[in-house]
Design a protein around this ligand. Sequence first.
Ligand code: BEZ
Ligand code: FE
Length: 283
Amino acid sequence: MTTYFTEAASAETVNARMTDAADPRLREVMACLVRHLHAFAKEIALTQEEWELGIEFLTRTGQICSGERQEFILLSDVLGFSMLVDAINNRRPEGATENTVFGPFHVAGAPEREMGANISLDGKGEPCLYEGRVLDLHGQPIEGAHVDVWSDNADGFYDVQQPGIQPKWNNRGVFVTGSDGRYAFRGIKPVSYPIPDDGPVGKMLAALGRHPYRPAHMHYLVTAPGYQRLVTHTFVGDDEYIGDDAVFGVKKTLVAPFERVGAETEWRSPFDFVLVPAGQAAA
Ligand code: BEZ
Ligand code: FE
């Protein structure tokens, strides 16, 4: 049946073109997207110039993407969309450690290091001891958990942002827990840094009067056989950006203690990670 386009029935007309040949989930997702997209244009009475500006912005966002740079994920991050999708897909029972955004700077295959080893290889920054346990929901230690950690250096850059300047694998390492579930490593107290803001997403933030900074954090990817994968950070609570992370990654439960120790030349940040068994739904 021919259905001509009308403003009033725009979304329904588009969605009626899909047939049973399409995968049912794809139909559901696309129909919902078209409904919301059309409703958005109607609600805001989008002008032709604004539509063109939007297309230009998305074109530039695509054009700056490369093997090393994913501007669309960055766009999703600054719109809070990455955190929303993460939250929907990682609902966890009370007591479990919360997820947060993965970010673009994880590198698979970081060296496994001796428990307690120093991941800071460039000699910069304020030393900090990170330690704690990987536990199950009953407080029992998990043996054989891989604690994969990464952070920026004292200048606010990840090693992969400064090849040839920082040593390879600077501020990265994997630590495997023993039967007591304990992990420990030395690193630096991280510093806040701007997300890559020299592209269209950075320009959009500036146009919106938003800054590009993330509060200081240590990244963790914690995995153990039989448990759900945990992607998270711990945050420095007194950071000036703790209340307005550019990518909305901060959760109250992820703000970790950072305490002065010894002759006050070193920091200590204790934090336990609580994993959920694979297949267990949220409470
Ligand atoms: C990060 O924390 O490494 C990060 C997260 C999202 C966007 C950019 C950087
Ligand atoms: Fe980061």
